[in-house]
Design a protein around this ligand. Structure first.
Ligand code: SF4
Length: 222
């Protein structure tokens, strides 16, 4: 019974290849303000903000970086203070010991190998200590050169509900999305899903009745 219901819902909305562009276009219209919620003024500040945002909220990171970025302006500044001082300065973002180690390691590599500049290629970003795929993806996309699709909890939930992937693992979800989403939208698409997830397609109470995607979504309750 459940299987035939799912099958029927998928048939109703049609193949994902035909739905993906209308999905992007409607979400762009609905969430014209969708953008990264971190505050930064340079590639270095972007990288630091994204690294600090692990396991905490963007609001919390912005609160900490407001002062942090006045004091630490160049990669060298993160190495010029004792480790404990940097730990104190980022304490409120949580996991401050590990984040301090990653930040200092990253600054060292930036200075030694990249002339103090933040690289834009994924393979270079992934060489920075403490920078995993998600961080690298966010940074590359914000610097105008998306090379993958960021998959966070909202992107995962919405991709599954919209029938864009059947996978659970973020790496496999990203692979499915890379095949499906036109490349020019790789940077924007995660922001759209994140904002739609926050505002409409809530984890527990999706508001399908007001959702602009309800005729394109196999999980719609209306
Ligand atoms: S129709 Fe419902 S389940 Fe589908 S994306 Fe919209 S809110 Fe989420």
């Amino acid at each position: 019974m459940a299987r035939s219901y799912v099958h029927e819902a998928r048939r109703r909305v049609g193949p994902k290849r035909k739905r993906i562009v209308p999905i992007v276009e409607r979400l762009r219209w609905e969430h014209a303000d969708a953008a990264i919620a971190l505050t930064f003024r340079s590639p270095l500040e972007l990288l630091v903000s994204v690294m600090l945002s692990a396991q905490t909220t963007d609001v919390n990171v912005n609160r900490v970086t407001e002062r942090l970025f006045e004091k630490y302006r160049r990669p060298e500044d993160y190495l010029a203070v004792p480790e404990e001082e940097l730990q104190r300065d980022i304490f409120a973002t949580g996991f401050f010991r590990q984040k301090t180690r990653s930040l200092r390691g990253t600054m060292r590599v930036l200075i030694e190998e990249f002339d103090g500049q933040v690289p834009r290629r994924m393979e270079d970003l992934l060489r920075l200590p403490g920078v995993a795929r998600k961080t690298a993806n966010v940074v590359a996309a914000e610097l105008g050169e998306p090379q993958g699709v960021v998959v966070d909890t909202h992107v995962r939930r919405l991709s599954q509900r919209l029938g864009l992937t059947k996978q659970e693992d973020p790496v496999k979800i990203e692979r499915d999305l890379q095949k499906l989403v036109p490349r020019e939208y790789w940077g924007l698409f995660p922001h759209l899903l994140i904002w739609h997830g926050r505002r409409v397609c809530d984890a527990r109470n999706p508001r399908c009745e007001v959702c602009v995607l309800n005729d394109l979504c196999p999980s719609s309750r209306v």
